[in-house]
Ligand binder design. Structure first.
Ligand code: ADP
Ligand code: MG
Length: 311
């Protein structure tokens, strides 16, 4: 791919003017150059999407471009970091201009929405693999960590749960009367960047929901050495997700399905009145380790995990 690599990058990935004041120099040299204001820490994350593992072969490239950036911005959001720039490593089986055009459109539209600069990357030939590294800024010492939940904190969620899970079921053949919302969440999740920023100074702990509530809240519980009780009836579920549960009996789907990219955070009760974002309380942090679900008046341990690679 060496011959066409630079023209490919020029053509598809350098259309955007610099949007972020941190960017001193973007694509074109051996490195990008960034400068950051005093009093901030750099939050850095990376996520890879592999064909046939994270997305179906033949998946819509515009949607893929959006989702690849969205899952990375979601990690920044969960720490309360403001996104500034990203790098993009592309491994492509072939140079398909229509594919690259659509992919870059989806990617750069979301970048523009959050004023994130694409500052560099790498382009290689091989099985379709998409990697982003994202960088964001958070006021020093204020990042929202998994390890800071305290007994007595209330557990909250942004958005609703199980939408992406339902979107996956629809892709696998489940017939839903109103599939649009679920498919939108599954295909084009919205990173909760504003919510993450609004939680700074209020929330104790935060995580984004990539693997499923049980699994991701489980990370907060382990890292904070606490437990939780979640009340099933308080889960924010759409009519379509409720109908799916009635149809199938699969009541644990919203707890185990991944890809929602909402934020799950814990907050001391005295901070709740200061919340400025739409969110729903789903449970409380307790000192007894483990995750418990209250359903039909019965509290039972919930051990089933979300999707884990290599399991
Ligand atoms: P080098 O050989 O020094 O690594 P490359 O030829 O790989 O340089 O890349 C040239 C420039 O294009 C660099 O600034 C690099 O960051 C950028 N770049 C390469 N691939 C991508 C990509 N997929 N998206 C954005 N920028 C890229
Ligand atoms: Mg290179």
């Amino acid at each position: 791919m060496a011959l066409t690599e630079f023209s490919l990058i020029q053509r598809f990935f350098t259309q955007q003017a610099v949007q972020n004041s941190s960017t001193q120099m973007g694509i074109g040299d051996d490195c990008a150059l960034l400068s950051f204001p005093a009093g901030y820490q750099l939050a850095v994350t990376t996520d890879t999407m592999v064909e046939n593992v994270h997305f179906f072969a033949g998946a819509d490239p515009k949607t893929l471009g959006h989702k690849l950036l969205a899952v990375n911005l979601s990690d920044l959001a969960s720490m309360g970091a403001k996104p500034v720039s990203v790098t993009l490593a592309l491994t492509l089986p072939e140079v398909n201009e229509a594919w690259l055009h659509a992919f870059s459109k989806g990617f750069l539209a979301l970048a523009e929405k959050y004023q994130v600069d694409l500052i560099g990357g790498d382009t290689t030939s091989g099985p379709l693999t998409l990697t982003v590294q994202a960088m964001g800024l958070v006021p020093t010492g204020q990042a929202l960590l998994r390890s800071k939940a305290k007994p007595g904190d209330l557990i909250y969620l942004t958005g609703s749960l199980g939408e992406a899970g339902l979107g996956l079921k629809i892709n696998q053949g489940y017939v839903c009367a109103q599939p649009e919302q679920a498919l939108q969440h599954f295909n084009q999740p919205e990173p909760q960047v504003k919510a993450g920023l609004a939680l700074l100074g209020l929330a104790n702990a935060c995580i984004d929901l990539s693997d499923g509530l049980a699994s991701d809240l489980g990370h907060i519980l382990e890292r904070s050495q606490v437990g939780a009780c979640v009340d099933w009836v308080s889960l924010p579920l759409s009519t379509e997700v409720l109908t799916y549960i009635q149809d199938t009996g699969d009541w644990s789907m919203p707890l185990t399905a991944g890809d929602d990219y909402e934020l799950c955070f814990t907050i001391p009760p005295e901070h709740v009145n200061a919340l400025t974002i739409p969110c729903t309380q789903i449970g409380v942090i307790e000192s007894q380790p483990g995750l418990r679900i209250k359903k039909s008046g019965i509290i039972q341990p919930f051990s089933s995990k979300g999707y884990e690679h290599f399991s």
